[in-house]
Design a protein around this ligand. Sequence first.
Ligand code: AMP
Ligand code: MG
Length: 401
Amino acid sequence: MERGISPERALELVLAETPAGRVAEVSPANALGLVVAETVTADRDYPPFARAMMDGYAVRLADAGRTVPVVGEVAAGQNTDLAVAPGNCVSIMTGAPCPAGTEAVVPKEQVVLEERGVRLPAGIEGGQHVAPQGSEVRQGEPVLREGTVVTPLGVGVLASVGCQRVRVFDPPRVAVIATGDELVPAGAPPGPAQIRNSNGPMLAAAVRRIGLAEPALLHARDTLESLAAALAEADAARADLVLLSGGVSAGRYDLVPEAVAAHGATILLHKVTQKPGKPLFFARKGTQLLFGLPGNPLSSHFCFHRYVAAAARLLAGRPPEPPTDRGVLASPLETSSERTLFLTARVEREGERWRVTPWVTRGSADHFGCPDANAYITCPPGTHRLEAGTPIDFEWMGEPR
Ligand code: AMP
Ligand code: MG
């Protein structure tokens, strides 16, 4: 077990202990937003035939500037045995296969209708408005490579090549266990020494924000029995990631480490030289990862984004690093800390650049100071003063926006 390590080492350790993502077969529609775990190839050439790209006439180049009779018509979806020969043409619709002998398609707007047929324009380029067979992709060529996120366009590509089932990284299932005797559910009236459970709903929202399904939301009292029961429920929900909020500090009733050990997990990490989130705790049981997130709301929130989200991305087949950008400080920033300091920030677009406003809150319990934070910044240990306008790197929490 590693203790009191740096935030960099802690992240490295979490990722090293994260197992390979599980693969599942789903329909293309259900693959939306997921990462494909195989390379899908074209079942045939695309287009499968030389395709007209405009409504007009399939013609021979030698007939440019002449009037030629229209010997027939081919519409989209029609398999024709008409042929274009010198001195004639075929009326054709967008998406239709070009008849044999077609050298170009002339848009209908460019011809003059005459009694004997259509007068073609003088300048016709070979192959104009025709997409040759296989010009988009050839049979057997990759159309969606392993590691690609499936977008609506990707769903369309899968449909095009007749893919019914596709292998994707199955996103991890999450269980959130809010621990603490002082907690009541958000809908219940709290007693004088009680508070509402805010970490449960906050973590569930953070889980959904990074693209995962709604987690199982559980509560445990500060007893080994209650924690054991909640951990068993997380197992029953087949959770890949178990997020325990609270109960990992030094108090007499901080029983999460003991309960997680009794659950049969290997404890890998306790305490990181960071602020907030120093008591962070991490363990693994088989392929299940268990994170003990310190109970203060900003500590839980930050540890989720830096450590849990990274593991979740890796499990989902994505690069684990959070999306990072560089902006400029909106106001001067003075920090002084022996530990690496992570500050939540609001980042907004201002002209060509990102404007970064870090939140200096009244401690890691104070989520009231920054409910619209969408990023965090990292301040190394020591005393620093940065002027407004200083370039600063930040990491998005959730999707960049
Ligand atoms: P702990 O990590 O259990 O020592 O809790 C640290 C602080 O966070 C205490 O003030 C707790 O009351 C508070 N806290 C713990 N769990 C939650 C929660 N689910 N929602 C809101 N506050 C919490
Ligand atoms: Mg507690």
